[in-house]
Design a protein around this ligand. Structure first.
Ligand code: ADP
Ligand code: MG
Length: 386
């Protein structure tokens, strides 16, 4: 997905989310406890860039921050967790604190080896046990948080695509957030993921519901959308005129990914100052082709033939609105049970999710419209040949 996670020239409409993290940071400095935060939303809504901004904010305010993207492979996820947390500790600005934290980290591994009853001769299989050991993770987070609490700081762990995380590390993390809260230690998970993320967390540990505050990252208001186009353009000395802005707002539906694509295309087509409607209209097909390529075609190609038939049936039933999974099966001439594997694989691929029981919806806004408009062949091979 080109443009994914790329910082926008202007991050609009997320002030409330930024403020809420600001409050958590301020409270942490006062040694007050907080909940972790979970952001969920469709692809291209701006979760990744929001997470990046929040991490910047926390780091600027003296918090120790680590960031990773979950993969779904338990070993990789654990490795990332350990590596990123260790990296965060050694990157602390204050030298005294940095030395303290490094000492904590090195002590944990030597203690942990004996704790596991492994002793000095570590075999490969033992190494694996240590790498993916939830107690080691807890020991590290606990000791770091204890040290940071003394400095009125805290450990903030930012995890993107959290719905992807393998169930073991995910369960360990949720349990850890719970324990650190009980012990009054400043460790906070700030996670982002698809709309199924809150459900995934609750399935992992039922008390996850109470541990986090859940925020939806959705479409932007018309006003924020207009700002998303106008502010960067004004800064560059070439604003859009009113007609151009109202067209841009209309076609982008408050969807951040669209704002960047249509804004860039209109900007490139502009031959006047201010930029008028003509440039927007000229840019539209270019932006749409870019969106098809960047957002939709690649996702479509990820699905197998049966998955594509399922996606196409969804589009025919309700375009981009959530639809009954029973109706999809019916449209495919099958019993619901017969298509449940296909549905599961599409969920695994992150192409659809279940907004509520018995319903399915695309994770990418506009996917249904794309399927109906472009009618991609269900048999289309990866290199575009039939
Ligand atoms: N609040 C925002 N204002 C303007 N543009 C944004 C905003 N949030 C995201 N974008 C742009 O939208 C695109 C998708 O953002 P991204 O963070 O990758 O979405 P997600 O992680 O939800 O899939 C990127 O090009 C990004 O620059
Ligand atoms: Mg993202």
């Amino acid at each position: 997905m080109p443009g994914a996670g790329m910082r926008p020239p202007e991050l609009v409409g997320r002030d409330a989310d930024i403020e809420s993290i600001g409050r958590i940071i301020a409270r942490t400095k006062l040694k007050l406890m907080n909940q972790g935060v979970i952001f969920s939303g469709l692809r291209g809504m701006g979760k990744t860039v929001l997470l990046l901004s929040l991490q910047d904010l926390a780091a600027r305010q003296g918090m120790v921050t680590a960031r990773m993207e979950a993969t779904g492979n338990a070993e990789t996820d654990y490795d990332e967790l350990f590596n990123e947390i260790a990296l965060a500790a050694v990157n602390v600005r204050s030298m005294a604190l940095r030395e303290k934290l490094s000492e904590v980290m090195s002590r944990i591994d030597s203690v942990e080896f004996s704790f596991l009853g492994i002793g000095a001769n570590v075999r490969l299989s033992d190494e694996e046990r240590i790498r993916t050991n939830p107690f080691r993770l807890e020991a590290i987070v606990r000791r770091l948080s204890e040290e940071l609490a003394k400095e009125n700081s805290g450990l903030f762990l930012f995890i993107d695509e959290l719905q992807e995380m393998a169930s073991k590390p995910l369960g360990a993390l949720v349990a850890l957030q719970h324990k650190m809260g009980q012990d009054g230690l400043p460790f906070y998970i700030i996670g982002a993921g698809l709309p199924n993320l809150p459900g995934t967390l609750t399935k992992s540990r039922s008390y996850a519901e109470r541990l986090f505050s859940y925020k939806r990252i959705g479409q932007l208001s018309d006003e924020d959308t207009a700002d998303g186009f106008q502010k960067p353009a004004q800064r560059m000395g070439r604003p859009f005129d009113d007609e151009a802005i109202s067209r841009l707002v209309e076609i982008s539906h408050g969807y951040p990914y669209f704002i960047q694509a249509y804004g860039r295309a209109a900007w490139d087509a502009s031959v006047s100052n201010p930029t008028g409607l003509q440039a927007v209209l000229e840019g539209e097909p270019i932006a749409r082709a870019e969106l098809d390529e960047g957002l939709y075609t690649s996702r479509w190609q990820r699905a197998k033939e049966s998955g594509r038939r399922y996606l196409a049936a969804m589009a025919r039933i309700s375009e981009d609105d959530p639809c009954d999974s029973a109706r999809v099966a019916e449209a495919m001439g099958k019993k619901p049970k017969e298509v449940s594997m296909v549905r599961e694989s599409l969920i695994q691929l992150g192409l659809i999710y279940q907004p509520e029981h018995g319903k399915v919806a695309y994770t990418i806004p506009g996917m249904g419209e794309y399927i109906l408009r472009a009618v991609p062949a269900t048999q289309q091979t990866y290199d575009g040949r039939w």
